[in-house]
Design a protein around this ligand. Sequence first.
Ligand code: CU
Length: 84
Amino acid sequence: MIAFEVNDMTCGHCVSTITKALKAVDPAARIQIDLATHCIQIEPTEADADELGDAIKEAGYTPVAVTDAAACAPANSSGSCCCR
Ligand SMILES: [Cu+2]
């Protein structure tokens, strides 16, 4: 299990953009995204954490690797959205 906290993921559009980016590097991965905590959990089948993190960055977001999904804390929902 790989987990990232992505604080600039702010709405459903961000979620689908990131999901697509992750599926591009690992089509069979299991991806779970919690928008409320800005937390992404990935069960990869072929990609490693670096590749998945890079995919999120290339989609225009800022992933912070977390060792445990429980470390994803609810963030203050200020900040900009991709859908402005
Ligand atoms: Cu958005």
